[in-house]
Write a protein that binds this ligand. Structure first.
Ligand SMILES: Cc1ncc(COP(=O)(O)O)c(C=O)c1O
Length: 386
């Protein structure tokens, strides 16, 4: 399906709302029925009609159609944020006594779910270095129900061989779930590589303006219905119509924003790579990246996130660099219009700071929509203060 059609037209039935170019925000909790039998049908299968907006909502449905098509999937569910989407996807696919194999260092709140919440219900997890696909196979037990992937990871960008892991999982009847937030389906299509559930946080590139949250799951109709009929409706973490409308608006410009971001990122990376205060860069599309070939094979492009390691002997030097930036903001998240940094040492006290460990000296950067020269000038004046 043509990308322009998906982003600009798919799912939009304009004749139903006065040919308005922008769809209406169907801000309703409830839908009324004239016939008792129609109400009965809605009770029997809430995914077949509009009954109550904790389930389906017409504005959200426009977004669902676009996002399913973007991922090349049969269907899609959209949640209030990415963490909620991941929680629902995992919960729907495990039961007491089951085992999960998960890549090391998944997104913080996933780690919390696997380490703190799921063990209360008898679900255990083995973490593996996902850069070697065999580690998933070797950690598999008879009761392994789920493989959890995040490729690339959003700090060190470690990749997993998605097709190899998905093929092995299929042969063992194990469900696969990937956090595809780094690439978005524009730059990586896990469903076409055999993954059962492809997740992305819509808070990042889809929203694109740091003004709303959202989370996306894509997969087969059967998988989405399974999640809708249980976790989606019982936890009640579906997206609200206004936020869905913001995400539809974000989709209109997503392709051009990502293209600009990727182009600028290459310039900023090239600048930092040759800088005397920078030891190294971790960026999947950098030729020196250990999994560069795999990145080229399974990703179309790389987006705006990368990490650089500062040459420093004290935590204070990195603090000085970060606090000297005039335009690049220090904040979590990414995917918006504004460039950001986040230093690893924010979570490490001066006493525990170990300059020998490059990760302690690492700073994650996200390149937004500013001119690269503007960002480079800001980085330069802060780097000289180290
Ligand atoms: C890689 C990754 N996955 C999932 C999430 C969770 O998404 P959200 O913030 O929309 O809950 C984040 C948020 O930063 C993330 O970086």
């Amino acid at each position: 399906m043509d990308l322009s059609f998906i982003l600009g037209e798919l799912g939009e039935e304009r004749e139903n709302y006065f040919n308005a170019v922008s769809p209406p925000i169907m801000q309703t909790s409830n839908f009324a029925f004239r016939k008792v039998d129609d109400l009965g049908k809605a009770f029997a299968d809430e995914m077949s009609t509009y009954l109550y907006s904790r389930g389906l909502n017409p504005t959200v449905d426009i977004l669902r159609k676009k996002l399913a098509a973007l991922d090349g999937a049969e269907d899609c569910l959209v949640f209030n944020n990415g963490a909620a989407a991941l929680f629902a996807a995992v919960l729907a696919n495990v039961k007491a006594g089951d085992h999960i194999v998960c890549v090391t260092k998944p997104y913080t709140w996933v780690q919390r779910m696997l380490d703190v919440i799921l063990p209360r219900f008898g679900v255990s997890t083995t973490y593996v270095d996902g850069t070697v696909a065999e580690n998933y196979f070797n950690a598999t037990k008879p009761d392994t129900a789920l493989y959890y992937l995040e490729s690339p990871n959003s700090w060190d960008f470690a990749l997993q061989d998605i097709s190899a892991i998905a093929a092995f999982a299929k042969s063992k009847n194990i469900t696969t779930l990937i956090d595809n937030s780094y690439c978005s389906p524009l730059y990586q299509q896990p469903v076409s590589m055999g993954i059962d559930i492809s997740m992305q946080t819509a808070t990042k590139y889809i929203g694109g303006h740091s003004d709303t949250l959202g989370g996306v799951l894509c997969g087969t109709k059967a998988m989405m219905k399974k999640i809708f009929d249980s976790e989606y409706n019982t936890i009640g973490s579906g997206i609200q119509p206004f936020n869905a409308w913001l995400l539809i608006r974000g989709l209109r410009t997503m392709r051009v924003r990502l293209e600009t971001i990727f182009r600028s990122t290459r310039e900023v990376v090239a600048f930092l790579k040759q800088h005397q205060k920078v030891e190294s860069i971790i960026f999947p599309f950098d030729k020196g990246f250990p999994q560069y070939e795999l990145a080229k094979k399974q990703m179309k492009d790389a987006g705006g996130l990368f990490t650089f390691i500062i040459k420093a002997t004290k935590r204070e030097e990195i603090v000085r660099f970060c606090e000297s930036l005039q335009h690049i903001l220090m904040a979590v998240s990414w995917g918006g219009h504004e460039s950001l940094i986040i230093p690893k040492c924010a979570g490490i006290s001066s006493g525990d700071f170990n300059p020998v460990d490059p990760m302690h000296r690492s700073v994650r950067m996200y390149v937004g929509l500013e001119e690269p020269a503007y960002l480079i000038a800001d980085l330069e004046q802060a780097l000289v203060k180290i």
